[in-house]
Ligand binder design. Structure first.
Ligand code: SAH
Ligand code: SF4
Ligand code: F3S
Length: 475
C-alpha cells in the first residue's frame, strides 16, 4: 500500500491543528505507526481518525508492528474475549521494545476507557492509555511520551460540550462510515458500552450534512450512519433521525444510505415511511438487535420491549418496506435464562427468518447490573445453546439464499478482490457480491445475474451498467 504520500483532505481540521501548533510538529519523523483494531465499526472509524491525525505529524502507517516506532491497540471490552486478546497482543510486543528503545506502546478504545490508569499499572510495558473521548489529544499524548518517557493517561469523558467532530478518513471508499452520535443512555443490563462511551450526544444536522457532502466530493457513493442507537439521534436544532435521513436523501447527491444500530424500542412508523418514500436511496437492510425472544428475559435485560412488541415492529417494517432484509444480535445464556426461555429465542429466530444472526454467549462485564445477577449460566450450557442457535440459523440462511439463485440484482461496486479481474460490491440488502468486471467500474452501480447464491455471498455475472461513477472522483 502507498502509505505516507496521501494528504488528509480535511481543511477545517488541519486549521484546528495548525491553531494548536500540532500540524507543525514532526513527532513521527517519518517513522512507522501500527494500529490494531478490535470491536465495532466505531473503533474502526476511531482508528482511521488516529491514523489521519498521526499522518499530519509525520508518522507513516505500517502493516507490521516490527516496523513501527508507535503501536496502538484500539481495544474492545464488549465481551471478555476481546479484552484477553488485548493483553496477549501487548505481551507479544514486550520483546520489540527491548530491540527498539524509541518504541512507544499504548492502548486506546473501550478497555482503556474502562481501566484508565489501572491498565498502566497492570501492564508496565505500556506508555500511554487514552479513552474513547480523547482521540483528538493523541498528538499531544505522543509528544509527552517521547519527550520524557512520562506515562500518560487521558480518559475523561467530554460530556459538557456539544459533540462536534469532523469525519477524518484518509482515503474515503465508495462506501464510507460516518458517526452521527456517540455514547449510549440505554443501560441494557448486560452492556458495558454506556460506561466506555459515555452519555449519548448527537452531532448537529448541518455539520453532518456538510461532512457527508465533502465525502461525496471525494468519491463516496454510499454512507453508513453510525451510532449505538441511531433512532434516538437528535440534533441541537431539533431534527430527529427521520429528518436526518430525509435531509440526506433530498439535499445531497448520496446514492445509498445505511445506518446501524437501530433499537427496536425506538424504531417507529415514521422511519418506515421515510424509508419507503426515499427507497431509491435508503437501503433495504435493517439490523434490529432482539437479544432474546422471551419477554421476561428482555425485561431483565432492560431492553424496553416485549417479544410481541418486537414482532409487531418486524411486521410494521416488512409491511412498509417489502423485500427488506433483517439481521439481529442474540445473547444466549443471559443470567437466569431457562431452557424454555431460550426456546423462545430460537422460535423468534424461526419466526422472523433473519438473513443473518450475530449470536453471542453472555459474558459478564464490569460495572453492569447483570454481572451481579446470582443465577449465572455455566459455560458448557452457554456453548450448547449457542450451537443450537447457530444450527437453526444455518438452515434458515441456506434456505433464504436459494431465493437469490438466478435473479437479477443491482450492485454498487466497491473494490477489487484478491482474485484477478474480480470486483466486490453490495446489493441494497447488504448482500456481498463477487463478479468479474473492469476496475474502471468501481463506484458504478451495475445490474448483474446471480450465478450462485451462498448465505454470506452471491456470485454474479455483469449484465449492464445502471449508474456510472463520476470519472476520476475517487482518491
Ligand atoms: N448498540 C448496539 C450494539 C451494542 S454491542 C445495540 O444496542 O444493539 C453489540 C452486541 O454485542 C449487542 O447487540 C449484544 O448482542 C452483544 N453484547 C453486548 N454486551 C454483551 C455481553 N455482556 N455478553 C455477550 N454479548 C454482548
Ligand atoms: Fe449497549 Fe444497549 Fe446501548 Fe446497545 S443500546 S450500546 S446494547 S446499552
Ligand atoms: Fe464497540 Fe466494543 Fe466499545 S463493540 S463501543 S469497541 S466495547
Amino acid at each position: 500500500m502507498d502509505h505516507g504520500s496521501t494528504q488528509v483532505n480535511n481543511h477545517a481540521n488541519q486549521a484546528n491543528l495548525e491553531a494548536s501548533g500540532i500540524a507543525n510538529m514532526n513527532l513521527g519523523q517519518g517513522e512507522g505507526v501500527y494500529i490494531s483494531t478490535y470491536g465495532c465499526q466505531m473503533n474502526v472509524n476511531d482508528s482511521e481518525r488516529m491514523l489521519a491525525l498521526l499522518e499530519m505529524v509525520n508518522f507513516v502507517p505500517v502493516e507490521n508492528p516490527e516496523q513501527a516506532s508507535l503501536i496502538i491497540i484500539n481495544s474492545c471490552s464488549v465481551r471478555e474475549k476481546p479484552v484477553h486478546k488485548v493483553h496477549s497482543e501487548v505481551g507479544r510486543y514486550r520483546e520489540l521494545k527491548e530491540k527498539n528503545p524509541r518504541l512507544r506502546i499504548g492502548v486506546a478504545g473501550c478497555v482503556a476507557q474502562q481501566e484508565k490508569q489501572k491498565l498502566l499499572k497492570d501492564v508496565p510495558v505500556l506508555d500511554f492509555v487514552f479513552g474513547t473521548d480523547s482521540i483528538d489529544q493523541l498528538p499531544d499524548i505522543i509528544s509527552r511520551t517521547y519527550a520524557s518517557k512520562e506515562k500518560v493517561v487521558a480518559a475523561r469523558f467530554e460530556n459538557e460540550k456539544p459533540y462536534s467532530v469532523e469525519t477524518l478518513i484518509r482515503r474515503p471508499g465508495v462506501a464510507s462510515f460516518v458517526n452521527i452520535m456517540k455514547g449510549c443512555d440505554n443501560f441494557c443490563t448486560f452492556c458495558v458500552v454506556p460506561f466506555t462511551r459515555g452519555r449519548e450526544r448527537s452531532r448537529n444536522l448541518q455539520e453532518l450534512i456538510n461532512d457527508i457532502r465533502s465525502l461525496i466530493k471525494r468519491g463516496t457513493k454510499e454512507v453508513t450512519l453510525l451510532g449505538q442507537n441511531v433512532n434516538s439521534y437528535r440534533s441541537d436544532c431539533g431534527a430527529d433521525f427521520a429528518k436526518l435521513l430525509q435531509t440526506l436523501a433530498e439535499d445531497t447527491d448520496i446514492q445509498r444510505i445505511r445506518y446501524t444500530t437501530s433499537h427496536p424500542k425506538d424504531f417507529n412508523q415514521e422511519l418506515v415511511d421515510i424509508s419507503q418514500k426515499y427507497r431509491s436511496k435508503i437501503c433495504d437492510y435493517i439490523h434490529l438487535p432482539a437479544q432474546s425472544g422471551n419477554t421476561e428475559m428482555l425485561a431483565r435485560m432492560n431492553r424496553g420491549y416485549t417479544r410481541e412488541e418486537y414482532l409487531d415492529k418486524v411486521r410494521m417494517i416488512r409491511a412498509g418496506i417489502p423485500g427488506v432484509v433483517l439481521s439481529t444480535d442474540i445473547i444466549v445464556g443471559f443470567p437466569g435464562e431457562t431452557e424454555e426461555q431460550f426456546a423462545d429465542t430460537v422460535s423468534l429466530c424461526e419466526k422472523v427468518r433473519y438473513d443473518n444472526i450475530y449470536s453471542f454467549k453472555y459474558s459478564p462485564r464490569p460495572f453492569t447490573k447483570a454481572a451481579r445477577f446470582a443465577d449465572q449460566i455455566s459455560e458448557v450450557e452457554k456453548q450448547r445453546r449457542l450451537q443450537v442457535l447457530i444450527d437453526v440459523q444455518r438452515e434458515i440462511s441456506f434456505d433464504l439464499a436459494k431465493e437469490y439463485d438466478g435473479i437479477e440484482i443491482e450492485v454498487l461496486l466497491e473494490a477489487t478482490t484478491d482474485t484477478e479481474g474480480q470486483l466486490q460490491g453490495r446489493t441494497t440488502q447488504n448482500k456481498l457480491v463477487f463478479l468479474q468486471a473492469p476496475e474502471s467500474l468501481i463506484g458504478a452501480t451495475v445490474a448483474a445475474n446471480v450465478v450462485k447464491a451462498y448465505p454470506s455471498v452471491l456470485r454474479a455475472e455483469l449484465v449492464s451498467v445502471v449508474g456510472q461513477q463520476s470519472p476520476g472522483s475517487l482518491q
